[in-house]
Design a protein around this ligand. Structure first.
Ligand SMILES: *[C@@H]1O[C@H](CO)[C@@H](O)[C@H](O)[C@H]1NC(C)=O
Ligand SMILES: *[C@@H]1O[C@H](CO)[C@@H](O)[C@H](O)[C@H]1NC(C)=O
Length: 230
């Protein structure tokens, strides 16, 4: 009695499950009913039920095993993608100095790269505080920002808050405030740029320009990877 009830329940479960094609796309095709089973069903009803049940259980096992295998494959793919994202993390943000006393860098008789020495963050280690150069670790679209500030010392003095952002020595953009009206001035640029792995990004201080700073961090240079393209 119990066995019959179980079979009925099982049958109901399969009818229901078939609506949602539980056999899945990669079913090895155990077929609906084996012909030999049909013969048994004609002669021995009990064996037939048992055999059908075994077939169904086998198909169920295959179905769940297949689903599990596919889930595991997806998990491996997702983990790999996540590791790639983690490995390519790149962000730096630096300031000219962290000294309490206001000091000026420049003016010089020649162009110089600005060695921003105070590091807020240098994720991925692409920025070199000695040279002031950021070496692009991975090709992608980067967000870059540069803020300059200068103090002429007293009103009427020449103020030259200027700098230029270079990629592989080529000028890309530069904020510039040169006048004799203001004692202090500040300017910023922010933009997105497609950079290749190995590109060198730095800030140049042109002849005559000078930037002043203390631990208030008025001069900052920032870059981070928006998304990788390789
Ligand atoms: C489950 O699938 C794996 C890989 O396809 C196979 O090696 C294993 O024998 C299967 N197990 C069962 C119970 O079907
Ligand atoms: C930095 O210098 C400016 C201008 O002289 C001054 O107003 C500011 O208080 C200084 N910042 C610190 C942290 O001392």
């Amino acid at each position: 009695m119990r066995a019959i009830l179980f079979l009925c329940l099982l049958e109901a479960a399969f009818i229901h499950a078939n609506d949602y094609s539980w056999r899945g796309p990669a079913s090895t095709g155990t077929g609906p009913v084996d012909p030999s089973t049909e013969n048994v069903c004609l002669t021995d009803q009990a064996s037939c039920g048992c055999c059908l049940m075994q077939q169904q259980i086998h198909r169920m096992k295959e179905f769940f095993n297949m689903s599990l295998n596919e889930l595991e494959k997806e998990l491996v793919k997702t983990k790999t993608a996540l590791n790639n994202v983690r490995a390519s993390r790149s962000a730096f943000s630096v300031a000219l100095t962290n000294q309490e006393k206001l000091n000026c860098f420049g003016p010089f008789r020649d162009d110089r790269l600005i060695p921003y020495s105070h590091i807020f963050i240098n994720l991925g280690g692409g920025y070199n505080a000695v040279t002031g150069i950021f070496t692009v670790p991975r090709s992608g679209v980067y967000s870059l920002a540069l803020t300059v500030y200068s103090d002429a010392g007293s009103p009427g003095n020449t103020l030259a808050a200027c700098a230029s952002l270079l990629v592989n020595g080529q000028l890309v953009a530069g904020p510039r405030e040169r006048n004799m009206q203001d004692q202090e001035d500040s300017a910023s640029i922010v933009f997105a740029l497609h950079l290749k792995a190995g590109d060198k990004v730095a800030v140049n201080l042109p002849i005559g320009c000078f930037l002043c700073d203390n631990s208030s961090h008025y001069n900052t240079f920032t870059g981070f990877l928006l998304y990788a393209t390789d």
